[in-house]
Design a binder for this molecule. Structure first.
Ligand code: PLP
Length: 232
């Protein structure tokens, strides 16, 4: 992988983001690209930052910790996003290393994050993961669970809950855009029952195969990996 290749990939993805935004009457500045670096080592990750992408996502805690501390990346300004499933025993180090946790998928996890944030004197931003596809293997709250959980979120004062995240079904059933639309409609429905410490303005949805659909449905964060690491 060379810097030129990564630059071209990044330019192509940004163009596609701009096009999808224009098609739906949105400004591309409202859509943040999180470059998913889980496929490559720290040296190759560096190329993406040099190409101009300063928001990076990892889905495994150990990989996030090790890259956040890697000498190869130490001189660069990077916002680390944790995008994967988080276990409670990994919360402390993950909070210390990341600017946004994308996939809080249980009350127990939110509780652990709130406690750890208090003891570390942090106020992390998190998103709640919703299972919009109905796939049983997926993590995340169901729509009904979110409806009943939301009014209780005032009990987590050390966490800033800023939005929702979802992943489309692997087999495209339901189609990705349908799941993204479900998330947007659910947000519109529930936002009035959210306590004052909760604002549901961010939507983390869309990956390499489906981000234009996610942007049409209001994504503010797209998590893109493979499209950035294609060889020429
Ligand atoms: C790997 C991963 C991505 C990126 O997927 P690509 O299809 O490679 O763009 C996005 N979100 C999560 C949660 C991931 O684990």
């Amino acid at each position: 992988m060379t810097l030129d290749t990564v630059r071209r990939n990044l330019a192509r993805v940004r163009e596609q983001i701009a096009r999808a935004a224009a098609e739906s009457g949105r400004t591309p500045e409202k859509i943040r690209l999180v470059g998913v670096s889980k496929y490559v080592d720290s040296v190759t990750t560096r190329l993406l930052v040099e190409a101009g992408c300063h928001d990076l996502g990892e889905s495994r805690p150990q990989q996030l910790w090790s890259k956040a501390a890697a000498p190869e990346l130490a001189d660069l300004p990077i916002n680390w996003h944790f995008i994967g499933h988080l276990q409670r025993n990994k919360v402390e180090r993950t909070l210390a290393a990341s600017s946004l946790i994308h996939a809080v998928d249980s009350e127990r996890l939110l509780h652990a994050i709130n406690e750890s944030a208090e003891s570390q004197n942090l106020c992390p931003q998190v998103l709640l993961e919703v299972n919009c596809s109905g796939e049983t293997a997926k993590h995340g709250f169901t729509a009904d669970e979110l409806r009943s959980f939301l009014p209780t979120l005032g009990a987590y004062p050390n966490v800033q809950i800023t939005g929702l995240m979802t992943m489309a079904a692997l087999d495209n059933d339901p189609p990705a855009e349908k799941s993204f639309e479900t998330l947007r409609l659910l947000r519109d429905e529930v936002q009035r029952s959210a306590p004052p410490n909760v604002s549901l303005t961010e939507f983390s949805m869309g990956m390499s195969g489906d981000f234009p659909a996610a942007i049409r449905q209001g994504a503010t964060l797209v998590r893109i990996g493979s499209a950035l690491w294609e060889e020429d």
